[in-house]
Design a protein around this ligand. Structure first.
Ligand code: CA
Length: 218
């Protein structure tokens, strides 16, 4: 799952980014509303966490613009304001939920999981392919009657391949699924994870086509 975080408060932004990564989300953090439109156009995000009080373009305007652009991803608003009018205004403008600062990080994760379940439906439903059962919501993988303990990146790559079962997925697309912006991308990282997945699930699970990508046959 990939999250775009828009928050101008350095301290809060840093702690939210770190917490989200710990929970195995890929996170891109921007400090203002201006880059949001381009980011949503370029990267497939599963969720937007949007602070309302931003320098420059206000969060509410960012929200209205992205709904006008027909982006359907769930939006969780962060607001310092606590008046009924602001909440109603935010929800009317296309937000799915909001959190009033200060909030507990556990509450944020509860809201995030609920939004991903509600809006993502196809994204959150269990994937069953090639004898593997993967539950994106509970982050559980079962194979040959046993539950497997995958690392966050093994899980992310397996999820993308299962979701696209029968189709080849490019290395770049897999890299996008496991790296946040600015993270160093190792030149053979995807190959390393593919090889680990083959060790866990059998060498015939993932097909490679040179120059095209990887596929789990459906
Ligand atoms: Ca702010």
């Amino acid at each position: 799952m990939r999250v775009l975080l828009v928050e101008d408060d350095e301290q809060l932004g840093e702690s939210l980014e770190a917490a989200l990564r710990l929970e195995q989300y890929a996170v891109d953090w921007v400090r203002s509303g201006e880059p949001v439109r381009a980011a949503l156009g370029a990267t497939p995000y599963d969720l937007l966490i949007l602070d309302l009080g931003l320098p420059g373009v206000p969060g509410m305007q960012v929200l209205r613009q992205l709904r006008a652009d027909k982006h359907v991803l769930p939006v969780l608003l962060l607001t310092a304001r606590n008046t009924l009018a602001d909440k109603v205004d935010g929800l009317d403008s296309g937000a799915d939920d909001y959190l009033t600062k200060p909030f507990e990080i556990d509450e944020m994760f509860a809201r995030v999981r609920s939004l991903l379940r509600r809006k993502g439906d196809s994204k959150i439903s269990r994937l069953e392919v090639a004898g593997i059962s993967l539950d994106p919501g509970d982050r559980v993988v079962e194979f040959a009657g046993a539950s497997l303990d995958l690392t966050a990146r093994e899980f992310a790559i397996l999820e993308i391949l299962l979701r696209n079962a029968g189709r080849f997925v490019s290395r770049q697309r897999l890299e996008e699924g496991i790296y946040s912006w600015g993270e160093e991308v190792g030149s053979n990282t995807v190959e390393v994870y593919i090889s680990r997945l083959r060790k866990r699930f059998g060498s015939s699970l993932i097909e490679t086509m040179r120059g095209v990508g990887y596929r789990i046959p459906s």
